[in-house]
Design a protein around this ligand. Structure first.
Ligand code: ADP
Ligand code: MG
Length: 306
């Protein structure tokens, strides 16, 4: 199966409000795909539809070859899902939590024990397998929740903000695990707010206000989505100059990055015009994913009024 997920105009409304608006996804098997976008963009809603736990209002799609509208039970059996508010039992041990989830998938006997052992290894919790979950740090809990989501060896796993609220070291450890999973053939769909995690995804789906604005690799996004030339400008007072720059006809966008400005200009000639205007020589830079998302959101703003 070349695509783990494929959708056509998948849409979800809540009353008059459209939370997910005609999204067309095609996510190849065996990759890590990152869902990115501001809060309220529709990432969780899209994920819940793909998991078979929320009915679409319109549109269609297939997950692992199963129809979202008519085969949601089969989807649920074949995927793993770690929700934003994952639930573990604090008064059970690590081992007992995995045993509980294994039971939900009807695993039993030696297969069950084998899977639990594997998940304890995957989550790097061997020394803590008899510890009560209530006493674990959030980073350990997240890895255990991942183990619970993977106990049935799903071919596709959905992880909704699995690394929020933990240290950078814990986040990296978590992402190492999911990259290993993908390299062994499991498709991983993960929402995140962290750019260093986005960079580690093979594909990024960028959501904003219910729309899917882009689906591409980090490199493709950087090369294709800016429609202009990105310059870095180091000036003494970036905040004081930003509005003046935005008014210039050859400046398409301008944003503050630490002590410097990233200025998106129309073309090569604009570089010298900007130098003449500010008295500072701007430097050509490779865009970051932040630059890409700023540009995509800005374009959406100018195309569709809120
Ligand atoms: N059950 C619901 N009822 C009404 N509105 C909802 C419901 N679930 C989500 N929404 C709204 O849909 C929008 C998208 O939410 P969500 O998918 O959670 O975004 P994200 O995960 O990108 O932060 C938000 O404005 C949210 O308030
Ligand atoms: Mg969410």
């Amino acid at each position: 199966m070349p695509y783990a997920v494929i959708t056509q105009d998948l849409t979800r409304r809540f009353g008059n409000f459209t939370a997910v608006d005609r999204i067309n996804l095609a996510i190849p098997t065996g990759i890590v795909c990152g869902f990115l976008g501001p809060n309220g963009a529709g990432k969780t809603t899209a994920m819940r539809m793909l998991c078979g736990i929320l009915e679409p209002t319109s549109g269609s799609g297939k997950v692992l070859g199963f129809d979202i509208a008519t085969q949601s039970e089969l989807i649920k059996q074949h995927i793993g899902y770690m929700s934003q508010k994952f639930s573990l039992y604090d008064d059970l041990t690590v081992w007992e939590n995995l045993n509980f989830y294994a039971g939900l998938y009807n695993l039993s006997g030696s297969t069950k024990h084998q899977r639990i052992k594997e998940m304890i290894e995957l989550a790097q919790l061997k020394e803590r397998q008899d510890q009560l979950v209530g006493t674990l740090s959030l980073g350990f809990k997240q890895r255990l929740a991942l183990g619970c989501a993977l106990i049935s060896h799903p071919k596709l796993v959905f992880l909704d903000e699995p690394t929020s609220g933990v240290s950078p070291a814990s986040r990296r450890a978590f992402f190492n695990i999911i990259q290993d999973l993908a390299s062994q053939g499991t498709t991983v769909i993960v929402t995140t707010h962290f750019m260093e995690e986005a960079e580690r995804c093979q594909q990024i789906a960028f959501f904003s206000r219910g729309k899917l604005l882009a689906l591409a690799s980090p490199d493709e996004l950087k090369q294709t989505s800016l429609e202009g030339i990105l310059l870095e400008l180091i000036v003494p007072d970036p905040l004081g100059i930003i509005d003046d720059l935005l008014d210039l006809p050859f400046v398409k966008n301008c944003s503050i990055h630490g002590s410097s400005l990233h200025v998106l200009v129309k073309d090569q000639a604009s570089t010298q015009q900007l130098a003449a205007y500010t008295g500072v020589q701007p430097q050509l830079i490779v865009p970051t994913l932040d630059d890409v998302f700023i540009a995509l959101a800005k374009r959406q703003e100018s195309e569709v009024p809120a």
